[in-house]
Design a protein around this ligand. Structure first.
Ligand code: MG
Length: 208
């Protein structure tokens, strides 16, 4: 019987590709105005924006000055319209555990998504690992912090996520059982305790 579950957000509970693409037009417009992506085709930038990580995007297109501008655009975005989790997202609330959300990304943008999903009250605590406004060395440090703060033994926890190199690796390193949710297009991890295709399976794992 597990006491607590630590969840990832993107591609675990929420498919970021379901955000209406037009929402980002003001961000693209603003970058065009100040000629930040003058060396690149805006169409290619838009494709990359929806397919590669923020860090990879920044590295490919921006220098230090333009990076700031781009990040400010994301931080200052208007509230997103209502969003939905994956269909099995409701399972989170059906399991009798304390839940934590540990997600990576621009803090304001992650918070924007969390509010548009109306899932803030699903979690006892929410941690956002911002790659620019750095507070922790990564998810492993955040999970360790949760363990120490609440005195959890590693056997009482589960880490649920999609990314073999992020939360799954962090959980493995800390000796916590890890569960990889294999959403569409996600590559199976080599080292992980369980691999599941739907969060429905999680109930059984958490209760055993
Ligand atoms: Mg993820």
């Amino acid at each position: 019987m597990k006491k607590a579950i630590i969840y990832d957000l993107d591609h675990t509970l929420f498919n970021p590709k379901t955000i209406e693409r037009d929402i980002f037009e003001p961000v693209f417009e603003s970058l065009k105005e100040v000629e930040l992506i003058v060396d690149y085709d805006l169409a290619q930038f838009k494709l990359d924006f929806f397919s590669i990580s923020s860090n990879a995007l920044i590295e490919k297109y921006f220098n230090d000055r333009s990076k700031e501008r781009f990040i400010q655009c994301l931080r200052n975005m208007n509230p997103l319209p209502k969003l939905e989790t994956y269909k099995d997202g409701f399972i989170v609330q059906e399991i009798n555990t304390i839940n934590y959300l540990v997600t990576s990304g621009i803090k304001e943008f992650q918070n924007n998504k969390i509010d548009a999903l109306s899932i803030r009250n699903w979690f006892a605590e929410i941690y956002i690992d911002d790659p620019i406004d750095v507070e922790w060395s990564g998810k492993e440090e955040i999970i360790k912090l949760i363990m120490n703060k609440h005195n959890y033994d590693k056997s009482e926890l589960l880490v649920v996520g999609d990314n073999a190199e992020s939360e799954i690796k962090a959980g493995n390193n800390l000796g916590i059982e890890t569960i990889q949710i294999l959403r569409k297009g996600i590559k199976a991890a080599d080292v992980v305790t369980y691999k599941i295709k739907s969060l429905n399976k999680l109930k059984m794992i958490a209760n055993q």
